[in-house]
Design a protein around this ligand. Structure first.
Ligand code: SF4
Ligand code: SF4
Length: 128
């Protein structure tokens, strides 16, 4: 799963992330990070048999964990192929295929929701 981790000033200098990599059987990838001594946030991908335990551990230590919902193009019949959603995506997860169909790459999506609010026909939805 992908998730945003938010660090407050009091937690940012603690070794929670290196601890979970030692304590739990997980794959942990940092996709983005914006951290200063005053706190910050990190976009991560966590998988593996103990992913849930590692998330609980981080929350117990004071890290705010917000799982990212997946975006799906829910209703192909509603899509006008107008392209409004494409340019608004900050991670280039949406593309126009050769047949003008709109493709959303959930591996790239960070769940920001910009595409949803840009769509004139409510063709896109966020799902768990
Ligand atoms: S939710 Fe955000 S990141 Fe995901 S496809 Fe839409 S615009 Fe792109
Ligand atoms: S904004 Fe909506 S209607 Fe336009 S291309 Fe994207 S999904 Fe289709």
């Amino acid at each position: 799963m992908k998730a945003w981790l938010r660090f407050s000033t009091s937690i940012v200098n603690k070794s929670v992330i290196s601890d979970i990599m030692k304590l739990f059987d997980i794959d942990f990838n940092i996709l983005k990070a914006d951290i200063t001594p005053r706190g910050g946030k990190m976009l991560v991908e966590i998988d593996g048999p103990q992913a849930s335990e590692s998330i609980s551990y981080m929350e117990d230590k004071g890290i705010e964990v917000t799982p990212i919902l997946k975006v799906v193009k829910k209703d192909t019949d509603k899509c006008l192929e107008c392209g409004a959603c494409v340019s608004l995506c900050p991670v280039e997860a949406i593309s126009i295929l050769d047949d003008w169909d709109i493709d959303i790459d959930n591996q790239k999506c960070i769940g920001c929701g910009f595409c949803i609010s840009s769509c004139p026909t409510q063709a896109i939805a966020l799902m768990e």
